[in-house]
Design a binder for this molecule. Structure first.
Ligand code: SAH
Length: 341
């Protein structure tokens, strides 16, 4: 039987129209599924009994299966989830002040293979569907009993290589009949795929953009992230600037790696290439992962780099990733595969 959660609002509308149901039934059903997280058709009390029975005879309501949850002392929780084709993905719940953020995966594995990221080591299996992306949030909500306030598309995978599903997920996440999370509380992070950024910019969604820059010059960027070869840094900065103008503030992420991109000179170069742009810069000290040779710079080097960056007009943050203790921090998500490394 088909899982009814896999359908978009448009698809559900067409299914219910074929069944002779009124439009407002779509809204009722979608709310049961995505607002109230109802898992039984029989409990959907505002739908007619025989319609509920019809649905139960033809569809199931299925979540991804939670196979493991890990709690970190800093409050972060990692959820390992199994898809219906027996693959595993991970998502991370990060409470901080008033915010409760979920970091969602968009692909199973990742085809980009950045040299410093554990997800890349696992290879690429497939894209996630919109339902599989959004369901990660529902599971986090039901396991923590907290209402999630912010979403970051920064888990396993590259959102811009799976934009159709990202749009389907955004519909569920932002719709007033879905999770109703404010668009300004949502960030999509990318290695810097230009046509994807352009598509997101043209879309109806006004979400925040984060670009994983990680190096201030092209050769080093290509070395750290081989998938960026053939992409010009100039073009990337131009499209990002346009995005910032049209949709609001953009964040550049910069993973700080010992002896690779952590000198004062690198900080100066970074300030120079971003000069004049309305952006935030988020410095993320490298998180160690099994199978990856890089190391984090020492505390003094990190602080010196940060201090140098602060001598600018940019908003600069130094992110101490949560969840490192449970392999849930940036770049550490590798599914159960990490245990085999
Ligand atoms: N593919 C997307 C989203 C996933 S990566 C992207 O590239 O943006 C999310 C963030 O984690 C990126 O900014 C990436 O640079 C960072 N990251 C990856 N591996 C890391 C590691 N080992 N330590 C710290 N940050 C890492």
């Amino acid at each position: 039987m088909k899982n009814i959660k896999q359908y978009t609002i448009r698809q559900l509308t067409s299914i219910l129209t074929d069944l002779g149901q009124d439009q407002y039934r779509v809204r009722q059903l979608f709310k049961w599924l995505w607002q109230r997280h109802e898992l039984e058709f029989s409990s959907m009390t505002d739908l007619a009994k025989d319609f509920r029975r019809y649905l139960a005879d033809h569809y199931v309501i299925q979540d991804l299966e939670l196979i493991q949850s890990d709690q970190s002392a800093d409050g972060a929780k990692k959820f390992t989830l199994r898809t219906s084709d027996d693959q595993t993905i991970e998502s991370v719940y990060i409470p901080e002040g008033k915010r409760r953020t979920v970091c969602v995966s968009t692909q199973i594995g990742c085809p980009l293979a950045c040299t410093f990221c554990a997800t890349g080591l696992t290879g690429f299996k497939r894209d996630l569907s919109g339902y599989e992306i959004a369901d990660q949030i529902q599971i986090a909500q039901s396991k923590t009993l907290e209402r999630v306030t912010n979403i970051v598309f920064m888990g396993m995978g590259e959102p811009m290589l799976n934009l159709d599903s990202v749009f389907d997920a955004l519909e569920i996440i932002t719709s007033p009949i879905g999770m109703a999370i404010a668009q300004r509380h949502i960030t999509v992070s990318t290695i810097g795929i230009i046509d994807g950024i352009e598509r997101l910019m043209r879309s109806k969604y006004k979400v925040k953009l984060a670009v994983s820059l990680n190096a201030a010059d092209e050769p080093l960027r290509h070395e750290l992230m081989p998938a960026t070869k053939g992409n010009s840094l100039r073009d990337l900065l131009n499209v990002t600037e346009t995005y910032a103008r049209i949709k609001g503030m953009v964040t550049f992420e910069y993973v700080l790696i010992k002896n690779m991109n952590d000198r004062i000179e690198d900080a100066k170069k970074l300030k120079k290439i971003l000069h004049g742009m309305a952006c935030k810069i988020n410095i993320i000290p490298f998180n160690a992962c099994p199978g990856i040779v890089f190391e984090s710079p020492d505390v003094k080097t990190i602080n010196d780099f940060y201090e140098e960056m602060l001598k600018s007009r940019f908003t600069v943050t130094l992110r101490r990733s949560k969840g490192a203790q449970i392999q849930a921090a940036c770049g550490q998500l590798a599914g159960l595969a990490s245990k085999k490394l």
